[in-house]
Write a protein that binds this ligand. Structure first.
Ligand SMILES: NC(=O)c1ccc[n+]([C@@H]2O[C@H](COP(=O)([O-])OP(=O)(O)OC[C@H]3O[C@@H](n4cnc5c(N)ncnc54)[C@H](OP(=O)(O)O)[C@@H]3O)[C@@H](O)[C@H]2O)c1
Length: 408
């Protein structure tokens, strides 16, 4: 294994529950088992509060000790940080904290896992019909869930920190320095799901580019990795370039995941290049983007179900798994397969134009194994280049606008 520098630095967002916790656990297991004993891992993880940070550690440490004894801590260092992706102040604070930390000379990989779904309920009739007529499809794609439309973050700009005039406007410029845009303080909210799932991570990537550009772990000429966590449900029909924040969408979750797919697989196209240049401002060693999804696993992202239905969901997922579903990974540990692959694989094993999915394969009556799937990301209505140009331009305009808003 070609290891130029023997210390791997990884950052994982939203690690206190579900898939994020599974990623921490599986990444440490895989690192300890597959990398030589003289290699080390610093695993930074984020949560929304100090108590969640503490409970993550108190849940994880016994699992590691059971599998690896007490020696794991000679090679792995865990460090929790606070991050709320719907607050640009919190994103900037984390960036500053990491840049100022002498123990973190670089980041070799970041896993953008944190996410929310703003679910409001289930359309029980659609669910019942689907369950009877097409059970596996219904248990795989949650097209019967209902979502809050138009949910916004709090204002990113405190009213008290703005000018006394209600009519104050902020003049900002596009990434190319033309088309000034005016912004009023009232405009300083963002689509909540868009911000938590995509834009917050997008901004954090921009801010952390110097640390990612300093990556050394994968070899002398290799670069840092930005690992996006998407979904099976990121179908093109859920996203419109006229509404990139998904504010008018009845499926803002899927819209944010489709946007994630587009950003990740189009980042190396010439049509995106003028914007990627300002997004990842580095002369050399531009980090690469890798797209993943966890399949279907039972986590707390479904917030509104009573406990009895959560258990029904878990049992239904398990039955689907053992009936041969290729997507029901069911546990966060299995769902983490694709993300852990994206961190630990050699450069030449990874492609930037596909989506790596965690999957399931039935290998006996009551036996399944985790598998890695490589899936295409389709562009059925407009050309890849056309979509890339529009989406990257809009994202950079928004980033620059909010950046200058913040610096007022
Ligand atoms: N479960 C699945 O089958 C599935 C399928 C496809 C994709 N995914 C993706 O997998 C990722 C993890 O989801 P999950 O299923 O593991 O759900 P989860 O158990 O609810 O975990 C989500 C994590 O993200 C954090 N988070 C939510 N909003 C945040 C915000 N505004 N700022 C910072 N952190 C925030 C949560 O923190 P709190 O605990 O504080 O809320 C939690 O740590 C998401 O991106 C999701 O879209 C999951």
């Amino acid at each position: 294994m070609a290891v130029d520098d023997k210390h791997l630095y990884v950052l994982v967002t939203g690690a206190n529950s579900g898939l994020g916790f599974g990623i921490l656990h599986r990444l440490i297991d895989s690192f300890l088992l597959t990398y030589p004993p003289d290699t080390h891992l610093t695993l930074l993880f984020t949560c929304r509060s100090h108590s969640k940070k503490e409970s993550t550690l108190s849940d994880l440490l016994p699992l590691l000790s059971t599998t690896h004894g007490s020696t794991w801590s000679n090679r792995v260092k865990l460090s929790g940080r606070i991050l709320d992706l719907t607050s640009l102040v919190s994103i900037h604070a984390l960036s500053t904290e990491l840049h100022d930390d002498y123990d973190i000379p670089r980041l070799d990989a970041v896993i953008w896992n944190a996410g929310m779904a703003a679910l409001s309920g289930l359309d029980w009739l659609t669910f019942a019909k689907g369950f009877v007529c097409d059970t596996m499809n219904t248990l795989t794609y949650g097209h019967y869930k209902t979502q809050i439309v138009g949910a916004r973050t709090k204002a990113q700009l405190e009213a008290s920190s703005t000018s006394t005039s209600d009519k104050t406007t902020f003049h900002t410029s596009s990434p190319n320095g033309n088309s000034p845009t005016d912004t009023t303080p009232e405009d300083s909210t963002l689509g909540e799901v868009f911000c938590a799932n995509t834009f917050g991570h997008y901004l954090l990537t921009h801010l952390l580019t110097p640390l990612l550009a300093a990556s050394k772990f994968y070899g002398p000429t290799s670069v840092g990795r930005i690992i996006w966590v998407s979904s099976l449900e990121a179908f093109p029909r859920f996203f419109s370039t006229d509404d990139i924040q998904g504010l008018r969408s009845t499926s803002p979750y899927e819209s944010s995941k489709r946007l994630t797919d587009i950003l990740s697989v189009t980042s190396t196209l010439p049509a995106a290049e003028p914007f990627v240049q300002t997004f990842l401002p580095t002369e050399h060693n531009r980090p690469r983007q890798i797209l993943t999804h966890p399949g279907v696993c039972a986590t707390s992202i479904v917030t509104f179900l009573p406990m009895v239905l959560v258990w029904c969901m878990k049992i239904a997922f398990l039955l689907a798994k053992y009936a041969g579903s290729e997507y029901h990974t069911t546990t966060p540990y299995s769902g983490a397969k694709a993300m852990v692959f994206a961190v630990l694989a050699r450069d030449e094993e990874i492609r930037g134009d596909v989506k790596y999915g965690s999957g399931n394969e039935k290998i006996g009556w009551f036996k399944c194994r985790d598998v890695l799937r490589e899936e295409k990301v389709d562009f059925p209505t407009k050309s890849r280049e056309e979509v890339a140009h529009t989406v990257w331009r809009e994202m950079e305009l928004l980033r620059v606008r909010f950046d200058s808003l913040r610096r007022r």
